[in-house]
Design a protein around this ligand. Structure first.
Ligand SMILES: NC(=O)c1ccc[n+]([C@@H]2O[C@H](COP(=O)([O-])OP(=O)(O)OC[C@H]3O[C@@H](n4cnc5c(N)ncnc54)[C@H](OP(=O)(O)O)[C@@H]3O)[C@@H](O)[C@H]2O)c1
Length: 291
């Protein structure tokens, strides 16, 4: 059962990885929030004190005004599908019509309209639309999520190994709990309007270094193997990934393997007042899932 609130804060993508962490912060701090979900039956993890579930769908823009009624601040996130740009532009338009004052958008490190990576291009297009909308914005630009490693649990469990075309690229991977902390601050405290936050971990690691730290945390050897991009593409497609998304991921790995996402930014510390979580702390905290 969800609770009705008079909250003026709306979180989209609430059932997802980042959204769930963010909603948990609101509940823990006793601040009421609206969680936009497509299907409340699949949102039982969000049934927390002060959390009101609102049903709406980016693909059905006519459902958005009800979700946005009375909302002053919104967190905008959808998964990176071929429709993401259209979905997020529809949300920005509906938010403008509803008089939303401030949108905190989950973007990505390096978002740029001329990027070789399609995900970074769509994020840049949405950022651009938000700037033009007159709505105050905060752009959160995280690097690769540490929690992305959870996607490799099937081969880690079966073979003590994971595979990706990441080469020896160093990546300043970030913990989504830090992203949620910055999103929470941006939505609940003044002074984040017009800001762009690059969200990275405190160190840039290769996949082999992540495997070594994971091995130490779980107490058994877990190996990383670099694979050719086409082999990765094949497994992603077999796993059911749409082509657009699989190709986008390969574009990301091509950048990451060349140290293009190795920069370390101070923004998490500047917003939260403490250091970004290390990969070692992520590995320790999620050890149960890798065992
Ligand atoms: N993975 C990375 O390492 C990484 C790094 C930097 C930036 N990013 C960015 O992070 C974002 C993904 O974040 P995440 O991993 O937290 O997402 P996620 O776990 O994939 O969750 C996506 C959320 O979007 C919702 N959604 C999907 N389609 C919808 C629709 N038509 N209407 C309403 N809601 C819809 C989903 O709801 P349902 O439960 O209804 O499906 C879910 O709550 C992407 O924009 C990506 O570019 C990712």
């Amino acid at each position: 059962m969800s609770h009705t609130s008079n909250s003026r804060i709306l979180v989209t993508g609430a059932t997802g990885a980042n959204g769930t962490e963010l909603i948990k912060l609101f509940a823990a701090q006793g601040i009421a929030v609206k969680a936009m979900v497509r299907d409340p039956k699949r949102a039982t993890a969000l049934e927390l004190p002060g959390v009101e579930l609102i049903q709406a769908d980016f693909d059905a823009p006519e459902t958005l005004p009800v979700a946005l009624e009375g909302v002053e601040k919104a967190f905008l996130l959808s998964n990176s599908s071929e429709n993401a740009e259209e979905q997020q532009l529809a949300f920005v338009e509906a938010a403008k019509q509803s008089g939303v004052a401030h949108i905190v958008k989950l973007s990505q490190l390096g978002a740029e309209s001329n990027s070789p990576n399609r995900f970074l291009r769509y994020h840049a297009a949405v950022e651009e639309a938000l700037r033009a909308s007159g709505i105050a914005y905060t752009f959160l630009r995280p690097n690769l999520f540490m929690q992305g490693l959870l996607n490799f649990i099937p081969t880690i469990s079966a073979q003590n190994a994971f595979y990706a075309p990441a080469g020896e690229g160093h990546i300043s991977v970030v913990d989504i709990r830090d992203i949620a902390d910055v999103a929470f601050a941006s939505l609940t405290q003044p002074g984040h309007e017009g800001k762009i936050y690059d969200l990275t971990g405190p160190e840039a690691l290769t996949h082999a270094e992540m495997a070594a730290q994971l091995s130490q945390a779980v107490g058994r050897d877990i190996a990383f193997f670099d694979v050719p991009p086409q082999a990765m593409r094949q497994s992603l497609l077999e796993f059911g990934f749409p082509e657009w998304q699989a190709d986008g991921l390969l574009e990301e790995y091509a950048e990451w393997s060349q140290d293009k996402a190795a920069q370390i930014a101070p923004d998490i510390r500047e917003v939260t007042g403490r250091d970004a979580r290390t990969f070692a702390s992520f590995a320790r905290d999620y050890v149960g899932q890798f065992k």
